[in-house]
Design a protein around this ligand. Structure first.
Ligand code: GDD
Ligand code: MG
Length: 335
């Protein structure tokens, strides 16, 4: 079976981290997010993953030079220009010659849904498409879905206005689709699957959905990206990964609590690090205090950071005291 993974977004909310690394290639507990997704797809019997790339293909080609990820073959489909979600799915599926039932995944989610069960649900309903749904506290930032007792979608509202729907069950970003869905999407045209194609399928009573309440997170914001990392080291999920990457140097006098230390990081004497993620190659000077922060660049001796995000080109001055700051400030960086 084929799967299409959408990796073409700009990762705006995770800037400055995504200035240097596309969101799906950022590590979650020292394993690239894309690798987490593709490993799950492989377990469900997917043998080829088509990466739907909207722009900048090179980092993906560099990340998987053999064209294999988690034991699954990769096919790269680079859009002539970002085609939005439906345009990207159709472009990728046509590029790879998909002609049978296939899975689609947003590249910025992590979840424990049983994909084999999702495909079985889709087949049992003889649906044209089947969505995975998950409950959330604040549905306003998602595609909100209303279903009937038999699992057929009655309504799909992307990013609803307050009061527009009372459902708190949302599109979790994993779909099983029949190739017939592609007939709804014109070639090389920008189109949103959430705003155009799903509502059309609902009108035809051809869109099913399976809700589950297992682990699910959208890693697209600094707080959820941090959470996704910590959930994989502290036993919140069924898997526990190592919190320290390869070739990391942590001074014996440093105190590290509930944090991820990436490959090739340096943490010098007397640092106190808690609830934080150091991305590969981060350099943390002596006596630095880090709390709930994400660091890719360097932090000078004696600095204190709380709720901060430091990108690859971010250098925090010695003894600085920062709260809720992004370094560099994405609004001041030209793209
Ligand atoms: N190739 C390609 N080209 N991919 C794209 C493009 C494009 O033009 N635009 C967006 N994507 C990818 C993003 O990289 C991401 O993996 C996925 O499509 C969804 O886009 P987001 O921008 O992350 O959307 P969202 O998070 O606001 O909402 C989506 O995800 C929610 C669940 O996390 C929607 O699918 C919602 O309905 C859903 O609830
Ligand atoms: Mg998203």
């Amino acid at each position: 079976m084929h799967a299409v993974v959408l990796v073409g977004g700009f990762g705006t909310r995770l800037r400055p981290l995504t200035f240097s690394t596309p969101k799906p290639l950022l590590p979650i507990a020292n394993v690239r997010q894309l690798e987490h997704l593709i490993a799950a797809l492989g377990t469900a019997g997917v043998t080829e993953v088509v990466l739907a790339i909207g722009f900048k293909p090179q980092p993906f080609l560099d990340a998987f030079p053999d064209g294999v990820c988690a034991g699954v073959a990769l096919h790269y489909a680079v859009e002539p220009e970002p085609l939005d979600t439906a345009g990207a799915i159709a472009f990728a599926a046509r590029h790879a010659g998909i002609s049978d039932t296939f899975i689609v995944m947003n590249g910025d989610i992590l979840c424990d849904v049983d994909l084999t069960a999702l495909v079985a649900f889709h087949k049992a309903h003889d649906a044209e498409g089947t969505l995975h749904l998950t409950p959330v506290d604040d549905p306003s930032q998602y595609g909100v879905v209303e279903i009937d007792a038999d699992g057929w979608v009655q309504r799909f509202v992307e990013k609803p206005q307050p009061g527009e729907t009372s459902s708190n069950v949302v599109n979790a970003g994993t779909y099983v689709l029949e190739p017939a869905v592609l007939d709804r999407i014109p070639e090389n045209q920008k189109m949103s699957i959430e705003r155009v194609v799903f509502p059309a399928m609902v009108a035809d009573s051809r869109l099913a959905a399976m809700a589950t309440d297992d682990y699910w997170i959208d890693t697209g914001r600094p707080d959820t990206y941090l959470q996704a990392n910590l959930d994989l080291i502290d036993g919140s999920r069924s898997r526990i990964l190592s919190s320290v990457g390869v070739n990391a140097h942590v001074a014996a006098s440093a105190s590290i609590t509930h944090s991820v230390i990436g490959d090739n990081c340096v943490v010098e004497d007397g640092c106190v690090v808690s609830d934080s993620v150091l991305l590969p190659g981060a350099h943390i000077g002596a006596r630095v205090r880090l709390e709930r922060s994400l660091v890719m660049g360097s932090v000078g001796d004696g600095a204190s950071l709380v709720d901060c995000v430091v990108g690859l080109d971010g250098h925090v001055s010695p003894n600085a005291s920062l709260v809720g700051v992004k370094v560099p400030d994405p609004s001041e960086v030209a793209n």
